[in-house]
Ligand binder design. Structure first.
Ligand SMILES: [Zn+2]
Length: 398
């Protein structure tokens, strides 16, 4: 139920205390705390809490989390292909139900202050569109508490597995919002063919592109060059994302500056999760080059690895630590990946804490944004479009 109220005594991004009028799901007015009366309006006391914009998980895999399922003992080999093959098998053997599992992660994410999610969903010849159908059902079920964008993701390869492209096409027609891709050389072994196919599908349905790129060194650099070329040729600035881009963490200064400059100029976003076991794209350097950077939880407790808690404040801490960020301004940059960076990548309209923006935000007991990242305090309240959806780390009952 949307109503008008005033949230008094909150500190947007750690600034001086403000009073915030919320009307029709948006921030209508933001004034210094106590500077005027709000006769008759319902008052919500913000108790001097820190106000942050809703967290954005710009890369996760809702269809295959094991949250709530029995502990999965991981004995899998460490090569990408081992992990992919094992997952295909386990989906069957463990009975990973995409609808049930996506619901479990969505509830945890929202309780942790996430208001927007981009999820990749496996599209594969073995289980067809089952993952998409499950996540679509969860998206519909939770449509009043979170916004979910779905990437059709050819996890097992696209050109090497006949029938996958047709399924990708159907996935986009049946509700996927973004065309995904995966290691054009490493998995499909045909970089030009893979990327031409991904971008052709995106162009046909006017959809953005988001490509998982784990490829190292010059192989990864070549893939990014091809992605930049296609982004420019098709006029897709700000609609294309390279997820992971590990090769960016393996380059000397000069080649990094060249590639980062190309991505910034073409409007190609980067998503990095600050993973411990892989090369690290240098967030500060790339941000200074003008690359828009987002972050995400990626796999949360799945057959690939058992870690993750669907908490984007935690993710900001991981990105900070992986980048040796200790200064407040740098930790704030890491948090920016988990808020504004993701919002820019997903082209979320009305995102932010200014008057006119959607009133999608969280309140935490922290002094500053950097304190919130370091302390990861309980989420005292989470609002989406002016409606409270979670309190004290638990969902508000519907
Ligand atoms: Zn991923």
């Amino acid at each position: 139920m949307r109503e008008e109220f005033v949230l008094i005594n909150v500190r947007p991004n750690g600034e001086a205390a403000k009073d915030v009028v919320v009307r029709d799901g948006r921030f209508a007015e933001i004034v210094p705390h106590g500077s005027r009366a709000f006769g008759g309006m319902r008052v919500v006391d913000g108790e001097g809490l820190l106000l942050l914009p809703g967290l954005v998980d710009a890369h996760t895999h809702l269809d295959k989390t094991l949250i709530g399922m029995p502990w999965y003992r991981n004995d899998v080999g460490l090569e990408l292909i081992d992990l992919i093959e094992n997952e295909r098998r386990m989906k069957r053997e463990l009975g990973i139900d995409p609808q049930r599992q996506s619901a479990a992660q969505i509830e945890r994410s929202v309780a942790n202050g996430t208001t927007h999610i981009r999820t990749h969903v496996d599209i594969d010849t073995e289980y067809g569109l089952a993952g998409l159908e499950g996540v679509l059902a969860s998206r519909e079920r939770y449509r009043d508490i979170v916004d979910i964008e779905i990437v059709a993701f050819p996890q097992s390869g696209m050109l090497i597995r006949p029938g996958t492209l047709e399924l990708m096409d159907r996935a986009v027609r049946e509700g996927a919002d973004v065309v995904g891709g995966l290691d054009p050389s490493g998995v499909d072994r045909d970089p030009k063919g893979h990327l031409d196919t991904v971008f052709a599908l995106a162009e046909r349905y006017r959809k953005p592109v988001d490509i998982h790129l784990h490829e190292p060194d010059s192989l990864g650099v070549f893939a990014i060059e091809l992605i930049v070329e296609r982004t420019k040729a098709l006029g897709m600035a700000n609609r294309v994302t390279v997820s992971h881009g590990f090769c960016l963490g393996m380059l000397a200064d000069k080649p990094l500056a060249r590639l980062g400059g190309m991505m910034a100029e073409a409007g190609v976003h980067l998503m990095t999760k600050g993973g411990a076991a892989s090369p690290r794209p240098p967030v500060l350097d790339l941000a200074e080059m003008g690359v828009n950077i987002a972050s995400g939880c990626d796999g949360v407790r799945d057959t690939w690895q058992p870690f993750g808690n669907a908490d984007m404040l935690d993710r900001a801490a991981i990105v900070s630590q992986r980048n040796d960020f200790i200064n407040d301004v740098h930790i704030e940059l890491a948090l920016r990946l988990c808020t504004y960076g993701g919002a820019a990548m997903m082209a979320i309209e009305g995102y932010g804490l200014s008057a006119g923006c959607d009133a999608s935000f969280l309140l935490v007991d922290a002094e500053t944004p950097a304190d919130a990242v370091a302390s990861r305090p309980v989420r005292r309240a989470v609002y989406r479009k002016g409606v409270a959806v979670a309190r004290d780390g638990a969902l508000v009952a519907a």
